[in-house]
Ligand binder design. Sequence first.
Ligand SMILES: *Cc1c(COP(=O)(O)O)cnc(C)c1O
Length: 407
Amino acid sequence: MRTKSSAPAPADAPFEADAGGVLTINLDALAANYRRFQDTAPHAEVGAVVKANAYGLGLKPVVAALAEAGCGSFFVAEASEGRAVREALAGRADDVPIYVLNGLMAGAAPAFIEYGLRPCLSSLAEIGEWKAATHLPCAIHFDTGMNRLGLTAGETAEFMASNTWSEGLDVALLMSHLACADDPDHELNAIQRERFAHIVDTLQPRFPRAVASLANSGGAFLGADYHFDLIRPGIGLYGGNPFTARDNPFETVVTVEARVLQVKDVPAGESTGYGASSTGEGVRRVAVLAAGYADGYFRSLSFPSLPGLQAQGGVVALAGRIVPIAGRVSMDLIVADITSLAEGAVSRGDMAELVGRHVPLDEVAKRAGTLGYEILTSLGERYRRHYTRGGRIPSSAADNNMGRSVS
Ligand SMILES: *Cc1c(COP(=O)(O)O)cnc(C)c1O
């Protein structure tokens, strides 16, 4: 059996016993999710969106695992992230295309050139600046209805009508982005697809080596006519559900656990935590957990919900059962109500699952009033991070019976 790919650094060793929160990232599940996209779009290349520190999971190990799974194109938001991808791939695949989705800011071309990054040019002004700086490959981003980044309809028409724009331009990628891919029934999907197909039909003869890309994670499941040459998933790779109202086809990649610091009884009629918001009728037993909003566990998961907020309140898995939060989530601590569990079921030092197979990412997001994307990119710096291979269940979770399913 293979073991953890990243042992704790020696300097951290004295603090291992003190780890309050543990974040486990299953790189095999990540690779399985990559293959799921390849199976869904067998005739397209599957690139990977690794912006924002690979959606909070850690750029280096994620990029290495994806490259090993066969990924040959990466997308980031900013050039500095592109440099980090280039460095993560050094010696493995030095010429892999790295696309920068936010495009080219004035004066930024030298950074792109130095690290061999490709800007996704989003206006005629950016195209002009790139051409003036270099003839290296680039992408052109067309806005087909999202009205965010990309050449406007007017600019697109101008670009397609005149050859002078394409002179001296090495276009490696023609791209657009879907606004509503999370909702397969939304009418804007087909409108954007048709607009993009027209652009590709017009421009691919002019740029014979350019590949075309429209679909993100959700778009990959809209049908083969959305795949074009390359799909660019993000959230699905990391185990998030790309759909608002469909089952999640992806494996769980991220497990977040917090240690039980104390188990105690709260006298009848007394409250827990800031604001004294949670009061019980009888005696309650609670577990105090070592994580909080500083770790990215949203304060909107407090229960009862915060004043003015319509939210359900968070739950955690402890001793193989799902239990509610009692009171406010604070900066470093959460209190869970374990009155429903057998006496002695939870002890000091156990781990509670905050996000994972028993408390799915998208359920946490829904309860917090947000998306899995925001939960992942908010994961704090304080967690001990473990990257696992070989389908191993994190040892701390296994000790805590968390390998079993929750009824
Ligand atoms: C973030 C992003 C993606 C990935 O989207 P997911 O929904 O995470 O799959 C793809 N393309 C663009 C332009 C993006 O900004």
